[in-house]
Design a protein around this ligand. Structure first.
Ligand code: HMG
Ligand code: MG
Length: 316
């Protein structure tokens, strides 16, 4: 039997945070419903960051309440959490609902000091210090922990990032013993040649290796320069068995979008899955149902772009 690869669809979070318009909460909920129906392994539903900075996801609390009804035990719900305040909002929403609304939180830092400062108003070390109480409290509530490292290949401000810089951050994160480390190629700069050394350096730096499984390592590719699918091939060969992607390829990176042109976003979930299948691996995703989610995702951002009420945007 073919080996399974895990798929996390991040379109409701990474996809929508970069779009110029606001997608209605009820429409976001419909997207989550279709993704659950398509049987992706995980949906990154939303983000508990500052609503002033990322107004597109300012309805996180309300959205989680709404999507609870679609939840299946075999589909993980996760949400981005930057700090204690974000976790407090998430836990308060769960308390109001009388049950946990997500299974996992996703923390985020970067391999580039400049990017991390701009994205989270903190140095890399400060951001990881911020995570300590968040991880402790999240664990007390039975939540799994994902830790993103952005800019693992290139930074929009600093240029090339060395694999050793990624390894340094992984070493710091290892102390928190996250369930997953998710390596983000934030601006889609990775090539099949450059991604391998990054994966190797990260895995060698992890100090809780004996408990790490194939799914501990996640690759989060943006498709800015059309190389993401080739990087999937290289990552599968290097042993990666868990990937992020976006229905409809939502989430164009603002640093790669010029006047009148829209840069591709996260690798599209269909493209990712087709590559995985072509390499002889399996996923459990139903592609026909996924197409319905992708179609809706594109429709929603096109509609929202025609009536932009918000100017905020995320960073990758
Ligand atoms: P900060 O400014 O350092 O926080 O923000 P602060 O504690 O100084 O507070 C400043 C204000 O923000 C206060 O409000 C806080 O209450 C509020 P004020 O008193 O001015 O009215 N605040 C919050 N409000 C709601 N929820 C919160 C929260 N925290 C503070 N959780 C923070 C630090 C990180 C929160 C902020 O900089 C932020 O929200 N940044 C947005 C970052 C973001 O969303 N980036 C995109 C996601 S990361 C990504 O896309 C990369 C990834 O896809 C992987 C890849 O591709 O590489 C994951
Ligand atoms: Mg991203």
């Amino acid at each position: 039997m073919a080996e399974m690869v895990r798929i996390t669809d991040v379109s409701p979070r990474d996809g929508l945070q970069n779009e110029p318009g606001f997608v209605l909460t009820s429409d976001k909920a419909r997207l989550v419903e279709l993704l659950v129906d398509a049987l992706v392994d995980e949906v990154e539903v939303t983000s508990f960051v500052s609503g002033k900075l990322v107004p597109q996801l300012g309805d996180a609390d309300e959205l989680l309440d709404t999507v609870l009804v679609f939840k299946r035990p075999d589909v993980t719900y996760s949400a981005l959490v930057p700090n204690e305040k974000g976790l407090g909002r998430l836990l308060a929403a769960s308390e109001r609902a009388g049950m946990p609304l997500v299974d996992k939180i996703a923390l985020f830092t970067a391999a580039s000091e400049t990017f991390n400062q701009k994205n989270t108003n903190a140095s890399i070390a400060q951001s990881i210090e911020r995570f300590v109480p968040v991880v402790k409290r999240a664990r007390e509530h039975g939540l799994q922990i994902r830790a993103y490292v952005s800019c693992v290949v290139e930074c929009p401000y600093e240029g090339k990032i060395e694999p050793s810089q990624v390894a340094d951050v992984v070493r710091l994160l290892s102390a928190l013993e996250p369930d997953e480390i998710d390596l983000g190629d934030t601006i889609g700069a990775a090539t099949p040649e450059s991604i391998g050394p990054v994966l190797d350096a990260a895995r060698q730096a992890n100090s809780w290796a004996e408990r790490a499984s194939a799914e501990t390592w996640v690759l989060h590719l943006h498709d800015t320069h059309g190389r993401a699918a080739d990087c999937v091939d290289a990552a599968l060969e290097a042993g990666i068995r868990s990937f992020d992607s976006s229905a409809g390829g939502l989430g164009g990176c603002p640093f790669a979008t010029g006047p009148g042109e829209r840069a591709p976003g996260n690798i599209a979930t269909r493209v990712l899955i087709e590559r995985i299948h072509a390499k002889g691996f399996e996923t459990r995703v139903n592609l026909d149902r996924l197409d319905r989610a992708s179609h809706l995702a594109r429709e929603l951002v096109d509609q929202a772009a025609e009536d932009p009420k918000f100017g905020g945007r995320g960073l990758g």
